[in-house]
Design a protein around this ligand. Structure first.
Ligand SMILES: [Zn+2]
Length: 404
């Protein structure tokens, strides 16, 4: 048994905060008690508390949009064989823990990679966050990201889409993922194909998510009833209402779009400096990210007010960036108008519910797994504190200890 105490404790349910708090965890890594320090030290007089002065105890973070073995962005990407991809993934997973992320949902990686990582985790060959995954993403021939062979499976027509879903289930996928929009208004899959994917996934007991940024793909994804819709960058208020009504969850992944917009601005600047003229194709692609950032900035608060469920995911694609900057995603939600407690819930309780694990982790309450993040300071006053990671516990075991 261990007893942790801190100045504040955020349960993750979007409401409850305890001051001068304590949490008790048993040998199995299950939370047995949460309350004030006075209550718990009285109840467990034999336990010597580990004190985190000036800190906040909260649930470990959940990142619902990760590509854990993403190597395409490496300048030396041709060197990456299966072994190197696995080592890269293991290094990314360790980094995720150091950022307070205790659960990830991988939404397309090399065929079989996540299955091996989950197996290695089970065999204790790997210390890593909990992993849920889709195995390969499903796209139409020539669809979004088609060059990333191995991580994506092309399929055409409702029955081939169903076959592709079945292949992912056979490969151990917990979820199914489709991609149906690129940077134009032409939707990729037809409505019939999207409907078939959702029906087949649900029939086989899997939830399904979809990459849809543009119109009319967004509407088609809502009509098909995907459990989570990723990015959904140019969603209208009316569509957010429809999602709320149907209980579909929005994973906006703003951190990556804001990062890519910044990156695009610097590319466009350097192009303009060097040639005085901009390459047209490049300008189109880069201005997509700048427009995307603008759409999030202008619409996030209005979309949020419809009551649509929002969950945190990051989708980092640039090299040399932390793989799971959930703290950044939460900070953006706060910057754009969300209450800090609610933004934290997007990466804890809500995200756990999306994974159908809302009874198991993602909240600090008796009976839940002790996936705990301790940060220096109070994120409810300054959301940037989420980056000051002091210690991370997974199933009650310390998996990362910061230096501050
Ligand atoms: Zn992605």
């Amino acid at each position: 048994m261990k007893l942790l105490t801190a100045d504040h404790l955020v349960t993750g349910d979007g409401e409850r905060v305890i001051e001068q708090a304590a949490i008790c965890v048993d040998e199995r890594g299950v939370i047995t008690d949460v309350g004030t320090e006075t209550e718990l030290t009285e109840r467990y007089p034999a336990l010597e508390p580990s004190r985190y002065d000036g800190c906040t105890i909260m649930p470990g973070l959940i990142d619902l949009h990760v590509h854990i073995g993403y190597w395409y962005n490496k300048p030396d990407f041709t060197e990456y064989d299966g072994t190197l991809k696995a080592l890269l993934a293991a290094s990314n997973l360790r980094e995720a823990l150091s950022l307070g992320v205790t659960t990830i949902r991988d939404v397309a990686s090399e065929d079989g990679l996540c299955r091996s990582l989950k197996y290695a985790r089970k065999q204790k060959l790997l210390v890593s966050p909990r992993i849920y995954d889709v195995n390969q993403g499903i796209i139409m021939t020539g669809g979004h990201g088609w060059q990333l062979k191995g991580s994506l499976r092309e399929a055409n027509g409702p029955w081939e889409v169903r076959a592709a879903v079945r292949e992912q289930v056979r490969a151990g996928a917990d979820w199914i993922k489709l991609m149906t929009s690129h940077r134009t208004h032409t939707p990729e899959f037809t409505q019939e194909e999207l409907d078939a994917a959702v029906d087949e996934a649900h029939r086989l007991g899997r939830k399904c998510c979809v990459h849809a940024s543009m119109q009319p793909s967004i509407q088609m994804a809502i009509d098909a009833g995907f459990d989570t819709i990723e990015h959904t960058t140019f969603m209208t208020v009316e569509q957010a209402r429809q999602m709320a009504e149907k209980g579909l969850v929005w994973v906006p992944t703003m951190a990556t779009f804001f990062q890519l917009a910044e990156h695009s601005r610097s590319i466009l600047r350097s192009q303009a400096d060097s040639h005085g003229l901009l390459d047209e194709a490049l300008q189109l692609s880069e201005s997509f990210f700048i427009e995307s950032e603008k759409a999030y900035r202008e619409n996030f608060a209005k979309l949020m007010e419809t009551g649509v469920k929002i969950a945190a995911g990051t989708d980092i694609v640039l090299d040399q960036q932390p793989i799971t900057p959930v703290a950044e995603e939460i900070a953006l939600m706060v910057e754009l108008g969300m209450e800090p407690l609610r933004a934290i819930r997007a990466a804890t309780q809500t995200a756990a519910e999306v994974l159908d694990q809302g009874h198991h982790f993602g909240t600090l309450a008796p009976g839940y797994q002790a996936d705990i993040l301790v940060v220096q300071g109070n994120p409810l006053v300054n959301i940037a504190c989420l980056k000051q990671v002091r210690e991370v516990f997974l199933d009650g075991v310390s998996v990362f200890a910061g230096t501050n």
